[in-house]
Design a protein around this ligand. Structure first.
Ligand code: OKP
Ligand code: ZN
Length: 354
């Protein structure tokens, strides 16, 4: 995209008060990897670029923009769990902040029906342990979704051809009615639903992990496509989705494209996959793209196996820019904390041709 234009960078400070303490790795408590500094580092790196402009949206998205993607039950659960966490804290002021974590997971409809009526129904709305809910989680989640929504609105009203949404928490693992993998609302899906007024389009997911939630949401939608490059789900999280034979529901054959890559993939194989994805986006007649931008593909990310060098991110940006269609970039994963900033800057410079 040849833009001599300003790239709006959407930011909401509410994310920083969502900061769970722990997660579990093979039963061992380790520090929660999805930390506030990820987005603060990205904000700093993007705002120093000469062609960006930081925007803190003053309005919140309408609820209909969320229910276009998610069940009302999921929203009620997120909101009430946050309230419950706040009440618990008020009753135990000297305790460490409370993060409600689902601990019973129903495996069949009868178990689900029982659990739903209980005070600990969280497991009905989560597929793993990685989306705990604290007193400030709902506000952070709403703020994050709002950035993706407002970014899409700026595209639609012609204010900019490229917008970067500094979303945190991330979104691509969350489906219509479940959370998981640090994700609560699907930011990319919310943006895509708005952009659909411009015609067919594609969500391109370059996070290291497959975006099972995004795939699930648009599985049967022939005009919102999903293409993802990620680590082979036979060996990596989320394990149950992301296989090459998942190509779309019966009303939407070909609307889904997975490109799983081997563990320890490097630059050359990765960039060949980007070429395939770009060709797919073009073949689907896309008028817009939402880029689910994860930076956990880089060598320095200790939680993943790919070995991409820094230079790859601007090369990815250049390849996507060849499509010459409007784009919302939604921040997803990336756990080499400071790298989020420098790599997002490289990606954006590739996209804008700077
Ligand atoms: C979110 B995103 C435990 C590993 C748990 C959860 C991965 C969530 C990834 N040691 N991993 O970046 O796609
Ligand atoms: Zn990831």
């Amino acid at each position: 995209m040849k833009t001599n234009q300003i790239v709006p960078v959407m930011y909401d400070p509410n994310h920083s008060r969502h900061a769970p303490f722990f997660e579990y790795d093979r039963g061992k408590q380790i520090p929660y990897q999805e930390v506030p500094r990820r987005i603060e580092a990205t904000k700093e790196a993007l705002t120093v670029l000469s062609f960006t402009h930081l925007i803190h949206p003053c309005e919140l998205l309408p609820e209909t923009a969320i229910t276009a993607v998610h069940s009302k039950e999921l929203l009620n659960y997120l909101q009430s769990a946050s309230n419950q966490a706040r009440e618990w804290q008020e009753e135990h002021p000297e305790d460490q902040e409370c993060y409600l974590t689902p601990w019973i997971y129903p495996l069949n409809p009868a178990m689900r029906q029982g659990l739903l009526r209980s005070p600990d129904s969280g497991g009905c709305f989560a597929f793993d342990l990685y989306a705990p809910i604290g007193a400030n989680t709902w506000n952070a989640v709403l703020g994050s979704a709002n950035l993706a929504y407002q970014a899409a609105r700026l595209i639609i009203n012609g204010s900019a051809p490229v917008v970067y949404a500094l979303c945190r928490p991330p979104g691509h693992h969350t489906g219509a009615d479940y959370t998981g993998g640090y994700c609560y609302l699907n930011n990319a899906a919310i943006a895509a639903k708005q952009l659909a007024v411009l015609g067919p389009g594609t969500i391109f997911d370059i996070d290291y992990h497959h975006g099972n939630g995004t795939q699930d949401i648009f599985w049967n939608d022939p005009s919102i496509n999903y293409v993802s490059i990620h680590a082979d789900p036979r060996q990596e999280y989320p394990f149950f989705a992301g296989f090459a034979d998942e190509t779309g529901g019966e009303n939407a054959p070909g609307s889904n494209r997975n490109i799983p890559l081997p563990m320890y993939t490097g630059d050359e194989i990765y960039l060949a996959a980007v070429d395939q994805a770009v060709e797919y986006i073009r073949d689907r007649g896309s008028r817009w793209v939402v880029l689910s931008a994860g930076f956990d593909t880089c060598t320095d990310d200790q939680s993943t196996s790919f070995q991409l060098t820094d230079a790859v991110y601007s090369a990815i940006g250049k390849k996507i820019a060849m499509l010459n269609i409007p784009m919302v970039i939604v921040h997803e994963g990336g756990y080499a904390v400071e790298k989020n900033g420098s790599l997002a800057a490289r990606l954006l410079c590739g996209i804008t041709g700077v």
